[in-house]
Design a binder for this molecule. Structure first.
Ligand code: COI
Length: 357
């Protein structure tokens, strides 16, 4: 994970902490940030010395490319604290690799492994007190890269800023989640940027999601842009369907995010003898299964959302409700994941990474 590097990291500690002003029992996802952040600039063709410094505003030229062409990518990771105050990351190399995959697609220079992990661990060590113990508590970690070069010519920036900011988190969705299957709008197209965590992928969902909210749905399940016949992902989550005792999810493609929680769920399902089919999932088969009473569960998976059950869905004006299952797969996977993430069980897949003090 560390690449054996002897990186020189500049550390500037915040003179005071904001932690006492935060009510950790009433967190709204992504609203509060810790005392420090990591920052690293790219200029003259290389990444400069990274810094961990007090969290605070950035100064950017109004003409910086990020504002005009959306040249920006991000990641979402989480740190967890166990009963012995040890801090763990969940499959961090997956997020690091995906960040660079996203960067490549957006013509952003890749970020070096040693800088990422040494900077992240130094940041987490400074802000350790912000990570609370107990199932459901975590520190959401948001690495991102933005194009900072001044000038509005439509070409890749020659300067970038890489940052990591951290936010103490509990649940992403505060209430029940109902979804609508997309019939008109699309999230991603073949050959596009759907697989990347490009900022624009998320901004483009806000308008159709607002329309869905007016109809009583919290999220849209995006369908393929060509035919709208196949269910792809929910935008903030990958999506799973349980028909009978079989679990269905769409295969990864250049339209769908290769979710870390998604691939962990597939592995956990296989490990628990659950039949998982990773293949195109037709809207029609899910609607038919719901009508026949064979659709037992829908749930989303994502770093922020973890495993989020879906209570109901809408399609072409029809509404379907799902009954709570006593042997819920969503609950099973959520518990199994948490046991690994909070160091409550053996980590037979090697997913946990200790943040050394
Ligand atoms: C994450 O799960 O980290 C995501 O990227 C979802 C986010 C847009 C809140």
């Amino acid at each position: 994970m560390k690449n054996g590097s002897t990186l020189q990291l500049e550390i500037q500690k915040a003179p005071t902490s904001k932690i006492d002003s935060v009510d950790f029992d009433k967190l709204v996802f992504g609203n509060v940030f810790t005392d420090h952040m990591m920052v690293c600039d790219f200029k003259n063709g290389e990444w400069q010395k990274p810094k961990v410094m007090p969290y605070g505003p950035l100064e950017l030229e109004p003409s910086a490319r990020v504002f005009h062409y959306g040249q920006a990518v991000f990641e979402g990771m989480k740190a967890f604290k166990d009963d012995d105050d040890q801090v763990w990351l969940f499959r961090p190399e997956e997020n690091f690799n995906r960040l660079n995959k996203s960067s490549k697609r957006l013509a952003i220079p890749e970020f070096p492994t040693s800088m990422f992990f040494e900077g992240l661990e130094a940041l987490l060590n400074l802000d350790r007190d912000w990570i609370k113990k107990g199932f459901g508590n975590s520190l959401y970690i948001r690495p991102f890269v933005i194009a900072t070069e001044a000038g509005v010519s439509a070409s890749p920036s020659k300067e970038y800023k890489f940052l990591i900011i951290c936010s103490p988190a509990q649940a992403y969705y505060s209430g029940d989640v109902r979804v609508v299957f997309a019939e008109q709008f699309s999230r991603a197209a073949n050959g596009g940027v759907g697989y990347a965590k490009a900022a624009g992928n998320y901004g483009a969902q806000f308008y159709p999601t607002n329309l869905a909210k007016e109809e009583g749905y919290q999220q849209i399940i995006w369908t393929d842009a060509n035919t709208h016949e196949f269910l792809e992902e929910a935008g903030t989550m990958n999506i799973f369907f349980r028909v009978g005792d079989k679990l269905l999810t769409a295969p990864i493609s250049d339209r769908i995010l290769d979710g870390v929680t998604r691939k962990s769920v597939i592995q956990l399902a296989e490990d628990n003898g659950i039949n998982v089919e990773v293949r195109p999932v037709a809207v029609k088969e899910i609607v038919d299964a719901a009508k026949k009473g064979e659709l037992k569960e829908i749930f989303g998976s994502g770093t922020a959302a973890t495993i989020n059950p879906v209570k109901g869905f809408g399609y072409k004006g029809e509404k379907f409700e799902l009954e709570d299952q006593e042997d819920s797969y969503a609950r099973l996977f959520k518990n199994k994941l948490m046991e690994i993430q909070y160091n409550k069980t053996e980590d037979k897949f090697g997913w946990r990474h200790l943040v050394k003090e």
